[in-house]
Design a protein around this ligand. Sequence first.
Ligand code: 39S
Ligand code: ZN
Length: 768
Amino acid sequence: MVQSAVLGFPRIGAQRELKKVTEAYWAGKSSVEELFKVGKELREKNWKLQKEAGVDIIPSNDFSFYDQILDLSLLFNVVPERYSKYNLPAIDTFFAMGRGLQRPATDSSPAVDVTALEMVKWFDSNYHYVRPTFSKGVEFKLNGSKPIDEFLEAKALGIHTRPVIVGPVSYLFLGKADKDNLELEPITLLEKLLPVYAELLAKLKEAGADTVQIDEPVLVLDLPAEVQAAYKTAYEYLATAAAPKLILTTYFGDIRPNLAAITGLPVAGVHADFVRVPEQLDDVVSILAPEQTLSVGIVNGRNIWKTDFAKAIEFVNSAIAKVGAERVIVATSSSLLHTPVTLASEKKISSEIKDWFAFATEKVTEVVIIAKAVTVGVESVADELAANAKSIAARGSSSITNDTAVRERVSGITPEMAKRKSPFADRLAAQKKHLDIPLFPTTTIGSFPQTKDIRVFRNKFTKGEISAEEYEKFIEKEIEMVVKFQEEVGLDVLVHGEPERNDMVQYFGEKLNGYVFTSNGWVQSYGSRYVRPPIIAGDVSRPAPMTVKESKFAQSITKKPMKGMLSGPITCLRWSFPRDDISAQMQAEQLALALRDEVNDLEAAGVYVIQVDEPAIREGLPLRAGAERDDYVKWAVESFRLATSGVEDGTQIHSHFCYSDLDPNHIKALDADVVSIEFSKKDDPKYIQEFSEYPNHIGLGLFDIHSPRVPPKEEFVARINDILSVYPKENLWINPDCGLKTRGWAETKASLQNMVDAAKEFRASVSV
Ligand code: 39S
Ligand code: ZN
């Protein structure tokens, strides 16, 4: 019997229950008991859903109140002293590491002031994990029992689960040395860490777990030799009689270059992502020992399109032909964390198009059907297969997917269209003539707090409870307030604050042809922050200007330069669910042309500073070096330049990047006049050097926008001084790490005031 397996299920709840309760807990409006109760209910619901769908292998420990890697850091006592010293309850230490904590002293507790740990992209997804940070005093020990508790919780419900744990090599390789310990290579901690993993595994076995899904996703990366070698050390140590069986699990890519490192490991089986890389089947099979299982990741955990059953079944059958049915598991390609919870709550998508989709709940059923088809026979699921074939065919022949006008415009793209008129020096001179921008110019990245008020108002508008005019008036008032605020604080290049936008990608998706968007398709991005990725279903074009009205209005009420704000083609592509029937490059080009029109329209409307954000450009980089990566860099850079090169020299193009390990050469190739880069959590002094070759102007983010913490002016001054030791003052901009939409007004105001005051101090010291 071929078993079906799910690698992880979204934990946020169909109605975002997790977000609501965690944010209420942080605001002091919900007790810790309530928090834990909601967590427990969500887990129970997810397990039962999978059980009822007939899934054979159901995950546990895929739940987290913030992030699964942060869970491990707390569990293994990887808690820098700056957090542990407050002796907070474990859950509060956990949240402090995830999001920072600043609170005044009370009668019973001292003041707390600690920044968050660094947050980074989870591989090439829009999920972010909290980077394990190894300080000098790190002493691994089992600091809790979350995986065991959750296993037992499911067991008490009569559901036998397979716990999920990120394995030791990935855990270390995804981490970094803390600032007090910079010479440390995390992988050298392996031998100290292994006994703690062994203890955890033994306890899971004692609790009744027969198998554990041990995730080693770094196997899809280019690994240094010492990391490859670590697999043998780690798994020979862990695979003892006291441990459950281990399924070594990888996803999002190609494990072939690391196959030697995992050949012969004493694990029960290997899981690979055959949605991404079907060509790796033979090579993966070739390293399996006769008793090892092959878990075939065939239902895409990263996108929302229905699985083509005929193709999937054929693929699984080819695996069965190689290793035998008793050794095959049919699985999701990765955790379903990256997909929305259920299609059931989508009432607005037309039934024609809805029939093309499968969200997490529907994917669970897909896995079961495929497993049944290959075990019992296709006749046993004949109706399901027929319906699936019909839906796949309907999508293929739908007129939505092919717009000849768009295709023609894309084929007319020329290399000249992706070049600014003049080199940077000439552009800068032209910009200086008509833009009043001082030395150490201060600006923000674009968004201002999205208050409850704004969201409630928009919600009413979406539901038709208020008219378009009323909504517009409301937005104008918000823009007025934000502009006035920035003038008072003394910022130099202003923004309109984006009150009209629900999200920087979804907003554009809703305005472009070719897109479909959901009303409840939430996916966790980090912590309590979720996104509703719009879906690119057809060829993309811009029926009308998308942002001109608001930017033009904002510019009309101030004498300071107003910055227009757009999301770049790659970011729109990456943070949407893309099509799987045409290339990513083609989709990026279509988006680039739509955005180019928008950029030109902004300029025509008198907005002469335009920021085109590309925070996702790094995330789209193929995970391994090679031809595919070089190719991506070429077309990604070209798309950005295509979008931004239609303007005059005097129009200043900005771009922005955050939360990924950027390659300075790629940033340089974009040829933006000014770039801002998230930087405040980069505490290794050598990082400051990283962009020192950047020829145009640059703003290295000066404060963390994920934390309500307000940095004092002195902190800004010190940081700017550090930066000035490397970057010429003429090139430097002063800005936060990223947009301020997730912050409250109180800390936004205080932080920006301190930042502007610091800039003014530098400006004054230069002019005397
Ligand atoms: N990816 C995307 N797509 N966008 C980003 O900004 C980023 N930034 C980086 C990287 N990846 C990104 C970090 N990731 C958020 C999300 C992801 C982030 C950063 C921030 C964020 O703020 N998300 C918001 C949240 O989780 C939701 C934004 C949104 O879509 O709270 N809001 C909608 C709107 O404003 C819907 C808001 C809502 O909840 O219209 N409405 C209520 C409802 O539907 C009704 C109003 C209420 O009672 O509050 O029930
Ligand atoms: Zn950002």
